[in-house]
Design a binder for this molecule. Sequence first.
Ligand SMILES: Cc1cc2nc3c(=O)[nH]c(=O)nc-3n(C[C@H](O)[C@H](O)[C@H](O)COP(=O)(O)O)c2cc1C
Length: 218
Amino acid sequence: MNMIHDLSPDELLTTTRAVRRRMDFDRPIADEVVRECLAVAQQAPTATNQQNWRFMIVTDADQRLAIADIYRQGWEEYRRIPTATLIRTHDDAGRAAVQRRVRDSAQYLVDNMHRVPAMVIPCVVGRADDMAAWEKTTQWSTMMFATWSLMLAARARGIGSVYTCVHLVREEEAAGVLGIPYSRVMHVGLIPLAYTIGDRFWPAHREPLEDIVHWNRW
Ligand SMILES: Cc1cc2nc3c(=O)[nH]c(=O)nc-3n(C[C@H](O)[C@H](O)[C@H](O)COP(=O)(O)O)c2cc1C
């Protein structure tokens, strides 16, 4: 097992970043290592302990190419949405610069998605399309805890990841490629995995806590 041993829990939690440009596309990831990360993810909580999670792992080169193509199409559609957060411009110069950096980095991933050695598509059994907001929340949350655990377990093993969602614009098409029964099973993201180039990452800039936390009353 290839672990980064000197990471404390807080360091792991604060340095698991969205990795795109620092992915080593040429270094394979053993299936066994992906399994270890999935076993960690499986310890996450699920709503009413339903454990209705499923993980689709895509390593086959043709399948990766097909999913990367759908990802690109999803990205192109996303870019055309006027309110898309990455496309909308910021008045604040600092935030606009960060936004440009993230957009360029996201574009890099679009251009290289087919090269990642493994993709994880977390799925939930049960579609949320017609559910009330609260019930949708339970479906999504069920996968998000597990997905973040998977990303942390990957980072602890020197593997970078980034949570992505733009392929969901074309979820049904992706389901067709992967044989996922779309009418019963919902994708909730697409996580590319690759060993990172170097293993040092740093906490990101965040707003002061005082601006986002409310105690006892809003
Ligand atoms: C709900 C959600 C959706 C996201 N969708 C995408 C995506 O489709 N493509 C992408 O490249 N990054 C995506 N990201 C990654 C964010 O852009 C990234 O987390 C953000 O830039 C902050 O970087 P950090 O995670 O290193 O703090 C998504 C993140 C979240 C939480």
